[in-house]
Design a protein around this ligand. Sequence first.
Ligand SMILES: Cc1cc2nc3c(=O)[nH]c(=O)nc-3n(C[C@H](O)[C@H](O)[C@H](O)COP(=O)(O)OP(=O)(O)OC[C@H]3O[C@@H](n4cnc5c(N)ncnc54)[C@H](O)[C@@H]3O)c2cc1C
Length: 419
Amino acid sequence: MAKDTDILVVGGGVIGMATAFELAKSGAKVTVIDKGEPGFGCSYGNAGWLTPCFSMPLPMPGMLLKSIKWMTNPESPLYIQPRPSWLLVSWLTRFLFAMNQKQMVRSVTALTEISKISLDLYSKLSAETGHDIRFEQKGLLMAANTREGFDYAKTEMNLVAEHGVAGRSMNAEETRALEPALTGELVGGVYFPSEAHAEPLEVVRALTAGAVKHGAKILSGHELIDCQVSDQGGAKRITGVRTTKGVITADQYVLATGSWSTGVGRALGLNIPIMGGKGYAFITKPLDPNPKVPMMLVEKKVAVTPRNGTLRLAGTLELVNNDYSITPRRIDSIVKGARAFMNVPQDFQYTELWRGLRPCTPDGVPIIGAPKKYANLHVVTGHQMLGLQSGSGTGKLAADLVLGRKPIVDPKPFRADRF
Ligand SMILES: Cc1cc2nc3c(=O)[nH]c(=O)nc-3n(C[C@H](O)[C@H](O)[C@H](O)COP(=O)(O)OP(=O)(O)OC[C@H]3O[C@@H](n4cnc5c(N)ncnc54)[C@H](O)[C@@H]3O)c2cc1C
């Protein structure tokens, strides 16, 4: 029987759309479904950074003591609320095992590589699709107000330097000269001149425009409920997906459902261990003085992104399972953190507050590959804090794997069956 489409991509965030764009560009007949409006999941209001310098997985060696301390402090940049949950316990166990030097080096190598490829692709995306993503290459500054924070920034700089990401360390005076909006205490900074940023929703829209230009069909308001599977021995085949708007059939299926992936995987008998890393972002009026370059305020892990006429402040990571509630104490901690570095008024006002769940795997590396259980399924998710910066490269790699081409990077670190 004729299928509705060659390839069905489930999930229209940056990852699903980047995959759809690459597949459609290669001549495949592609359909994307999203339960809501594409781009309005975690890809909507993130900091917009396209920064290979931040290619660190969430679990890093030496984090054990820090994580335990953070667990007891609801205002800490990373918060894990202790609660009885099998997903949380098994996720944390794997997370602890991933905190070793060997795993970290492997992860940083893979994440830097895919982020560098993505940065190059993003620099051409507006021209390629005719949709402006507001790409700006102003670099990224890590500003530190303690000796410990400055040392941490320099360690990161040295780590990514081994992968061809150049940064330079500066004393407090040099850092303030580069960014006069840093009016608070300062010990030093590390500046990565080649990093870029863009407007995250516009990136998804550009990828969508590109996919549509190459014939892809985008269906909003189509929620995947479950899959029809044929099992004739060997690997199973998905024969169709049941959605809230009827059944859709395809030859190949791609799951790019971000922080919802654990539940979607369960419907297919797959173990996709994803916890949501809840973070918040504010859009606010410019400060006085207003930052000129995107900044990471190291000790507070607050991301500052200047926009055209406004400013975005983003931060915090709280491990949750599909919990979108807003915790006032955690949003206040972002403002307090920013105030330690910049002139944030006491009567701080925002025009938009957004929260998103970063799809976090326990080892901090995305899943990009085909589970052995199925002959016609690829899973593309788990991009934690760097789904935007590694999105377009992920789309290329995923398309290579789906179409059976030589992969643009070594797919081994991303394999789907590793959990
Ligand atoms: C505060 C904050 C700041 C961040 N800053 C940055 C940054 O500066 N740079 C960076 O690289 N990353 C950043 N990130 C991380 C980045 O936003 C994510 O890694 C990325 O958006 C994940 O993209 P995704 O496509 O996997 O998920 P999503 O964008 O969440 O997309 C998943 C899609 O799947 C759809 N879906 C789910 N279930 C179903 C279903 N059953 N049927 C149909 N559709 C379904 C959803 O509706 C959604 O649209 C930040 C995140 C946060 C929270």
